[in-house]
Design a protein around this ligand. Structure first.
Ligand code: ADP
Length: 159
């Protein structure tokens, strides 16, 4: 399959995201990792910081890192890509992802969402939880790439 868009907040980028990208690249020739710009949320890391994190963690020429605002289906149309890649961790992800995939299909019937299951090592890893644990001084080593770990430490030690 030629290309897919892997959209997300990636705030921060975790080993769960990384695992999905690595496995996605076995299915697709090219992946566009698309950072969602959400003006309603105050992120921990800026778009530029997140872009650098992903760049530092994924060294593969088949990856394009981009950002987008607004409707994913419009972005996909603009990029001329008709497949969206998403991850499923637990049943709790299912309901939201199911709604999202169907809404996107309603908006743009020729865009298909493909799901990959998380690896058993990362099924409990979310950006949310990583942020929370790191902010409380917990060690998230092994759950995020080394460059992200360094960034998190700097953020929470006031550096
Ligand atoms: P999160 O849900 O961790 O806050 P994102 O919104 O950036 O992060 O997630 C982008 C996509 O990556 C979603 O489809 C999400 O289900 C998937 N994803 C995130 N973490 C994992 C993981 N540990 N394993 C598999 N998929 C994941």
């Amino acid at each position: 399959m030629p290309a897919a868009i892997y959209p997300g907040s990636f705030d921060p980028f975790t080993n769960g995201h990384l695992s999905l990208i690595q496995r996605g690249l076995q299915m697709f020739d090219r992946l566009i990792v698309a950072i969602l710009v959400n003006p309603k949320k105050t992120p921990l890391f800026s778009i530029e910081e997140r872009r650098e994190m992903i760049q530092g963690a994924v060294k593969d020429p088949r990856i394009e890192i981009d950002s987008f605002q607004g409707l994913l289906v419009e972005y996909a149309k603009k990029k001329k890509v008709s497949v969206v890649l998403r991850g499923l961790r637990a049943v709790s992800d299912f309901e939201y992802e199911f709604q999202l995939a169907n809404m996107n299909r309603k908006l743009q019937p020729d865009i298909e969402t493909v799901f990959m299951m998380t690896g058993e090592d990362y099924f409990y890893v979310s950006s949310n939880l990583v942020r929370e644990v790191a902010s409380l001084g917990g060690n998230v080593k092994g759950l995020v790439p080394q460059n992200v770990l360094t960034k998190l430490k700097a953020k929470y030690s006031g550096g």
